[in-house]
Design a protein around this ligand. Structure first.
Ligand SMILES: Nc1nc2c(ncn2[C@@H]2O[C@H](COP(=O)(O)OP(=O)(O)O)[C@@H](O)[C@H]2O)c(=O)[nH]1
Ligand SMILES: [Mg+2]
Length: 344
């Protein structure tokens, strides 16, 4: 586990690049033509005035296309510093936790979107506790936030490095959930919002995908794995209907690439296969666009809320209890009426 101990120490950050949101928003999983029901639609009018951070983490076995999907998400080559035409041969194996940020700008208002790419597991003969560096990283971000909150001179806006969503990559085996994925996701689901995806979905036929998705959903339920969006946090009937549709289509079958191909005279992000070009952003070909829309459009604000109100809150309460019981670690929390963040 030598490689993983490095994970604990090194987070390489690349300089954020400024990138404009596409003029035409991508088709939304929720209601493509009904702006009103898109959750977080107020985002660009209100929350973004202040500018904010949104952090996504990609997790799963090595070689499943995590780094590639990070690039696909940003639609440009961002998870490495140089661009070379032979990207596929040159893509280096992710050995440290790497965070890549883009400033997404909409009408002069900025959001810092960071994707944390993680080294995959599965290379070691013994994968026991391979989730530990990831769990540790997630908890460390909560701890950092908590320390800032408890600081006497608390910042008005605490820098937010907490992981708002963890995209978990499952191999397209077509069989059942593997024990290692069950164990990993069980642990993650208790501390962060997870969205499972089927990696390299182009290696399965449409029928195989549907069957596999069904089996995974059964596996998730049978093992009590919590995935986002969780039923118990649906706020009303409208949200339940919207989220039920997402729950029925999870895990998203995704394909990643950073290559563009000419299709009917247009350049599209795609993957050449023996059946033709799989257009990554075409929802008839794969569900990458659904994943992207869920993450950075329709459910972005909800993911932030769930992180703050559920996962972080659970962490905070546990830490403060521990701290009070042991008199260790954290400074004693202030319980005066002027500290709303500490009201329980
Ligand atoms: N067929 C197929 N190959 C992919 C896909 N995404 C990535 N790959 C290839 O899988 C290999 C490993 O990708 P990489 O992104 O480094 O995986 P990581 O270890 O999970 O970060 C590379 O050769 C990619 O070109 C995909 O959606 N379909
Ligand atoms: Mg990688």
């Amino acid at each position: 586990m030598e490689e993983e101990s490095e994970v604990e120490l090194q987070v390489e950050e690349e300089e954020p690049e400024v990138m404009k949101q596409p003029e035409q928003p991508p088709p939304c999983l929720s209601e493509p033509n009904t702006q009103g029901i898109i959750k977080g639609s107020d985002l660009f009018g209100y929350t973004m005035k202040a500018g904010f951070e949104f952090n996504i983490m990609v997790v799963g076995q090595s070689g499943l296309g995590k780094s590639t999907l990070v690039n696909t998400l940003f639609k440009s080559k961002v998870s490495r510093k140089s661009c070379t035409p032979n990207y596929e041969e040159k893509i280096s194996k992710t050995v440290h936790l790497q965070s890549v940020s883009h400033i997404i700008e909409e009408k002069g208002v900025k959001m810092r979107l960071t994707v944390i790419d993680t080294p995959g597991f599965g290379d070691q003969i013994n994968n026991e506790n391979c989730w530990e560096p990831i769990v540790k990283y997630i908890n460390e971000q909560y701890e950092k936030y908590l320390k800032e909150e408890l600081h006497v001179n608390r910042k008005r806006r605490i820098p937010d490095t907490r992981v708002h969503c963890c995209v978990y990559f499952l191999p397209a085996t077509g069989h059942w959930l593997r024990p290692i994925d069950v164990e990993f996701m069980k642990r993650l689901g208790n501390i962060v919002s997870i969205v499972p995806v089927i990696a390299k979905a182009d290696t399965l036929t449409m029928e195989e995908r549907l069957e596999f998705k069904q089996r995974i959903r059964q596996g998730l339920q049978a093992n009590g794995i919590r995935v986002y969006p969780q039923k118990e946090y649906d706020e009303d009937a409208e949200e339940r209907i919207l989220n039920d549709r997402i729950r029925e289509s999870i895990p998203f079958a995704v394909v990643g690439t950073d290559k563009e191909h000419q299709v009917n005279g247009n350049k599209v992000l795609g993957r050449k296969t023996k059946w033709g070009i799989i257009e990554v952003e075409n929802v008839a070909h794969c569900e990458f666009a659904h994943l992207r829309d869920l993450l950075i459009r329709s459910h972005l604000q909800d993911l932030k809320d769930v992180t703050h109100n559920i996962h972080y809150e659970t962490y905070r309460v546990r830490r403060l209890n521990e701290s009070n019981a042991n008199g260790l670690g954290l400074s004693v929390p202030c319980i005066c009426v002027h500290c709303p963040s500490l009201e329980s």
